[in-house]
Design a protein around this ligand. Structure first.
Ligand SMILES: Cc1cc2nc3c(=O)[nH]c(=O)nc-3n(C[C@H](O)[C@H](O)[C@H](O)COP(=O)(O)O)c2cc1C
Ligand code: SF4
Length: 420
């Protein structure tokens, strides 16, 4: 079957809003070749594929460590707890068979017979329909089960995924993890947790090989990324771009349009804010973002338009993130609430904020590096970067008072799970 030659790979088969059923999927991509385990491991190593769930860890290295254990289990992670991301849901809706092919390849490579598809409620119907099609055709040698991820920010963190599948502390990261989940995860067995976009890439690497995969992207970050872009169009859209492309080029943003963007949030609510010109000219890779103290996370770019008070938005997100903490460790129990409260004062009642902005670096420092998971670190990065980028706006609040009219912009789920 023809390998895609344009920038669109995972979205190549979708183009439209149609769901790609098994017949169309096989007609487009053909069956996954039956490669020996060694070739699969080598292909993924050589491809340089890195995980698209947020940490950008090399996939091949993780597979080898899981394959070294006994009776491993594979999880296709489509929880997508980040409210500003929609790419995993889109992929599972439009091209579920690419994800399931990739999961089956991963299972074969690490020696697993059981695959858990861990997805939000929104994706269950897409996945179960696709699994039923595969079962009728006898496509897979491994077994698949679907597990619903709770609608929470942390539910996709890998120890939280393991807890959900194990049925204890559902959707909550492990407070004390003696061993990483790749050694001891579901039912105490070595567990490979892999993001669904990473698995869809695996499905294409198994078909077309590592050199084809490396034909777009950069040396350290080969391939493409699905990016959820908010703020450029009426509603959020998902685009697929070669890694290393600038947002300016990928999105065709003219200088005139850039002037209407106050700042850009990369990586979502555990990521960080950058000035517009810096963000738009940055090669879209994790290493370029890290060099500036942020992250591209699961491929999120929020372009904050003029007319929205950034401090109100930062306070809304900080309060949401505080509510999403699992309340097990000091920073989540004490620190995040104080941080969110201070941000709310800065946004709405700045004259009551004694000491101006001086308390924020200390408050961020008190939560950083002290949780059992990186949730508080992500919040601190979000807040620190906001105060850096929106410092002038904060000074105006302190001198003249809060913005008079503002409309909520960033997607923040309410307690009922509805975005508001
Ligand atoms: C707070 C937090 C939330 C996360 N949420 C998700 C998620 O929704 N989906 C996901 O695939 N990975 C998520 N991750 C990353 C997972 O822990 C894990 O690294 C990932 O699923 C591994 O797949 P990958 O290597 O293909 O990225 C999250 C991590 C953290 C710290
Ligand atoms: S840092 Fe917060 S979210 Fe992470 S494990 Fe501790 S209490 Fe839970």
């Amino acid at each position: 079957m023809t390998a895609p030659t344009g920038p669109g790979r995972l979205l190549d088969s979708v183009g439209t809003a149609e769901v790609v059923r098994l017949d169309a999927h096989l007609a487009r991509w053909g069956a996954v070749p039956d490669l020996p385990v060694r070739s699969l491991l080598e292909a993924v190593d050589q491809s340089g594929l890195r995980g698209h769930g947020g940490a950008w860890f090399p996939v091949g290295a993780k597979w080898r460590s899981v394959a070294a254990g006994r009776s491993p289990i594979v999880v296709a992670n489509g929880a997508e707890g980040e409210p500003a991301s929609g790419k995993d849901r889109l992929l599972l809706h439009h091209a579920p068979h690419l994800v399931l092919d990739g999961a089956a390849v991963a299972a074969k490579a690490v020696g697993a017979r059981r695959v858990i598809v861990h997805v939000s409620d929104d994706s269950v119907a897409d996945v179960t329909t696709a699994l039923a099609e595969r079962e009728r055709r006898g496509v897979d040698a491994c077994s698949f089960e679907v597990v619903i991820a709770p609608d929470r920010f942390l539910s996709g963190q890998e120890s939280a995924v393991v807890n959900t599948v194990n049925g204890r502390n559902i959707g909550i990261p492990s407070f004390v993890a003696l061993r990483p989940v790749r050694e001891q995860g579901i039912a105490g067995r070595p567990t490979l947790v892999q993001n669904v976009e990473s698995l869809a890439d695996v499905a294409l690497i198994a078909r077309y090989g590592p050199q084809w995969f490396r034909s777009v992207g950069t040396h350290d970050s080969p391939g493409t990324a699905l990016i959820t872009v908010t703020g450029l169009w009426e509603s959020s859209r998902i685009v697929e771009v070669p890694l290393g492309t600038t947002l300016e080029n990928a999105l065709g943003i003219t200088p005139g349009r850039a002037d209407t963007i106050q700042a850009v949030l990369l990586g979502g609510y555990g990521g960080g804010w950058l000035p517009t010109s810096t963000a738009l000219s940055l090669p879209f890779t994790e290493e370029a973002a890290r060099a500036l103290g942020t992250s591209i996370g699961a491929g999120v770019a929020v372009l904050l338009p003029a007319g929205v008070c950034p401090l109100v938005e930062v306070a809304r997100v900080a309060r949401y993130m505080e509510g999403e903490g699992a309340g097990q460790c000091g920073p989540c129990v004490n620190g995040l609430d104080v941080l969110a409260s201070q941000l709310e004062l800065l946004a709405h009642r700045p004259h009551t904020l004694s000491g101006g902005l001086s308390a924020f670096p200390t408050l961020c420092g008190l939560v950083e590096g002290r949780g059992a998971c990186h949730h508080p670190d992500g919040v601190a990065r979000f807040v620190r970067s906001a105060l850096g980028v929106f410092g002038d706006h904060a000074a105006v609040h302190l001198q003249r008072g809060p913005c008079q009219t503002t409309r909520p912009f960033l997607p923040v789920p309410s307690a009922s799970g509805v975005l508001r």
